[in-house]
Design a binder for this molecule. Structure first.
Ligand code: ACO
Length: 433
């Protein structure tokens, strides 16, 4: 990790006080004013709901340049990784900081493959859920419950246990997501297969049935792998920050990842892929698009174009570009040429990108806009879109969690507040109110 300290200072003057604040300089991105001593020296807090101007940690893992539309994992551009690498290699890169050599790749791949089965007792745990539960609800519960099944990897102060927990989670998440799916459709669970690569194994666990063999189409497995890669990490987004915040108290890694999954579920975050496809289906036909674009622009209407906009990307989301190409490839491969949803998506994108409202607010399609189209074409129901996002993002969450545990500046996360409630007042007996 390079040192971010500089000799530069920011001077803050208010109410006759002067506070000098150090300025830190990142590898890339704007300088950062270090306000850690502000309260002690100036007796003031800062106010920043949504953390739009606040760095919550130092990190070496992922970098986004929202103006350029750039996303780097450990310095490597996402389009290069999506085009030339594979998810297991990307997992290694995110967890350990460098691309693996051949031996390292094989050893890591072997370890992941040998940890894909879940404790047999977990099958019973799954069976306690209602069949119609949303798979994300099941995943939050099951992943949280992993700490009840894998006691030997919950000590956050033990480096070896942290490593085992990381491997276990990357390895078992596809199994858990596939089980959540199988349970919801009333089919038997399918055990992982060690002869298959990560993406093929996931497809097999989702779509094979005991009654007949399932042929894994390599091009679909490749598209699946690319979806995993595109979602693997995204610096300090809401769910990652949730994982870090949960972990800052010393909570075990399974509990922290369960917290991340819960946060990801929301439609403003990972839940947007399900919401985007449902929106495209609701719009239904190209001629209805203007009506929905008008609604999205109407301040008095809560409707938003799902899959559009991003807190950080203000030019384009580089993941969306790759995802759009993948959508074309997958639909071509499956011989789906007249897909009405894709037509609506493409036309909606065209209209929105030419519209003054969207141009002015720098709203572009995000990764979730096209991912649902691919996943639906592959045969996944919409309820599975966010669990697939969760399984892909697990490696990012765990890499960020491990980084946080090793960070000498790490403290329990504890924001302050701008209190605007009642001042202190005396209790009034109920008879006198
Ligand atoms: N449709 C219509 N208007 C929008 C949209 C949208 N999708 N997104 C933002 N806007 C408008 C807002 O109304 C706001 O207008 P105003 O300045 O007149 O008040 C302005 O653009 C800025 O929007 P904010 O919500 O303040 O921006 P923020 O950074 O907080 O939100 C978010 C980003 C949550 C992603 C938002 O764009 C959104 O809700 N998009 C739809 C949901 C979605 O696709 N989420 C997935 C994000 S990517 C991911 O998590 C993988």
């Amino acid at each position: 990790m390079r040192m971010a300290e500089t000799d530069k200072k920011a001077t803050l003057q208010f109410e006759g006080k002067t506070v000098e604040l150090p300025i830190m300089s990142p590898t890339a991105g704007p300088d950062v004013i270090d306000i850690r001593k502000l309260y002690a020296q100036g007796d003031v807090f800062t106010y920043d709901p949504g953390f739009t101007s606040t760095a919550s940690c130092e990190s070496t893992i992922t970098f986004i340049d929202g103006d350029k539309g750039e996303l780097l994992y450990r310095g490597y551009p996402i389009d290069q990784l999506a085009g030339q690498s594979n998810y297991i290699e990307v997992c290694y890169l995110l967890l350990y900081g460098e691309l693996p050599d051949k031996a390292q790749f094989e050893e890591f791949s072997y370890r992941i493959t040998r940890h894909t089965m879940v404790h047999e007792q977990m099958h019973n745990f799954f069976r306690g859920f209602r069949r119609d539960a949303h798979p994300m609800a099941t995943m939050v519960g099951v992943v949280g419950a992993m700490s009840a099944f894998y006691h030997d990897s919950t000590d956050v102060n033990d480096e070896w246990q942290r490593e085992v927990a990381a491997i276990r989670m990357v390895a078992k998440m596809p199994t858990i997501a596939a089980m959540a799916y199988k349970y919801s459709v009333g089919q038997p669970f399918v055990y992982p297969r060690n002869d298959l690569d990560y993406a093929s194994n996931f497809l097999n666990m989702c779509f094979s049935v005991p009654a007949e063999p399932y042929k894994i189409e390599p091009a679909l497995a490749r598209a699946m792998d690319r979806i995993f890669t595109l979602h693997a990490d995204h610096e300090q987004n809401a769910s990652t920050s949730t994982v870090r915040l949960a972990g800052s108290s010393g909570a075990n890694p399974f509990a922290c990842i369960a917290a991340g999954i819960a946060c990801l579920w929301g439609p403003a975050h990972g839940g947007a892929n399900q919401a985007a496809l449902e929106m495209l289906r609701t719009i239904g036909t190209v001629d209805k698009i203007p009506e929905y674009v008008a609604r999205a622009k109407d301040k008095n209407d809560p409707f938003r174009l799902m899959g559009f906009g991003h807190r950080v990307y203000k030019n384009f989301d580089p993941r969306a570009k790759v995802m759009k190409e993948s959508a074309d490839e997958v639909l071509d491969l499956l011989g789906i040429h007249n897909n009405e949803t894709l037509k609506v998506a493409k036309e909606l994108e065209r209209i929105a990108l030419e519209d003054e409202y969207f141009i002015e607010k720098k709203l572009y399609p995000n990764v979730d806009f096209y991912s649902g189209i691919i996943l639906e074409a592959m045969g996944f129901p919409t309820a599975m879109f966010t669990p697939i996002f969760a399984l892909s993002r697990t490696v990012g969450w765990i890499a960020q969690w491990k980084e946080m545990i090793g960070d000498k500046n790490q403290k329990i996360g504890r924001p302050r507040q701008l209190y605007v409630g009642e001042a202190a007042r005396d209790y009034v007996d109920i008879a006198k109110r």
